[in-house]
Design a protein around this ligand. Structure first.
Ligand SMILES: C[S@@+](CC[C@H](N)C(=O)[O-])C[C@H]1O[C@@H](n2cnc3c(N)ncnc32)[C@H](O)[C@@H]1O
Length: 207
């Protein structure tokens, strides 16, 4: 069944409404659409859209790792839904970077309300200097080809600082070439249930 069928669209809206009401009751904000000044989709920068909570947890469970021994970074974390999921999946350290200060403020507020100890870092992912602190990197199609290539290379370079298995979970993998062509080992592909988008899983193994 396609992701635009009447059934799937209705299910998506019903879930959105249910989540939205739940969030409002708890003073949270993950799913409301936000289109600020920065959030004008262009080739390099992709606007905020939230990963579905159940799809995110399914994606994280695909990884053959012990979350309790792994640090998770969401590249383009937006309002922080994936950070919440990573904490709930038991990652020992969780952080996100984003280029939009307004979204980060919302993410920090969400984490505070949920009593989750998570860093929401203001940075362009292409300039972020602390990739070595993390093992698992999540991307929901946050940026275009050039930045994805820069980020893929920076993550590889971080292995010189800390030798470890590096995992990349790339949802709606529009610029997969950036990982396919730089030495990451493609592991598998899955499709989500809510949007019928593809996730690609990569490993850059420990030397
Ligand atoms: C599709 S949203 C994904 C949000 C979140 N990861 C999720 O799945 O719910 C992409 C996010 O990437 C951010 N972004 C775009 N370009 C960026 C860059 N160069 N560095 C850091 N964040 C960026 C946007 O502000 C947006 O919040």
């Amino acid at each position: 069944m396609g992701n635009n069928s009447f059934f799937v669209k209705t299910k998506r809206w019903a879930k959105f409404l249910y989540q939205y009401i739940g969030e409002r009751l708890h003073g949270l904000d993950f799913s409301m659409v936000y289109l600020g000044e920065l959030q004008k989709n262009n080739d390099a920068f992709h606007y905020y859209s939230m990963t579905d909570v159940d799809d995110m947890k399914r994606m994280l469970k695909e990884l053959p790792i012990d979350p309790g021994q792994s640090a998770f970074l969401d590249l383009g974390c937006g309002k922080g839904m994936c950070l919440k999921c990573a904490v709930e999946c038991g990652f020992k350290k969780v952080a996100g970077v984003d280029l939009d200060p307004h979204l980060l403020e919302i993410a920090r507020n969400n984490m505070k309300k949920l009593h989750m100890d998570v860093d929401c870092i203001y940075s362009n992912a292409a300039e972020f200097e602390h990739y070595a602190d993390y093992d698992v990197f999540y991307l929901f199609n946050p940026f275009g080809k050039q930045i994805t290539e820069q980020v893929a290379r920076k993550i590889i370079e971080s292995q010189k600082e800390r030798n470890r298995d590096i995992w990349v979970v790339y949802y709606n993998a529009r610029c997969a070439e950036a990982f396919d062509s730089t030495g990451y080992l493609f592991q598998k592909e899955t499709h989500d249930q809510m949007r019928d988008l593809t996730t690609r899983y990569y490993l850059y193994p420990k030397k």
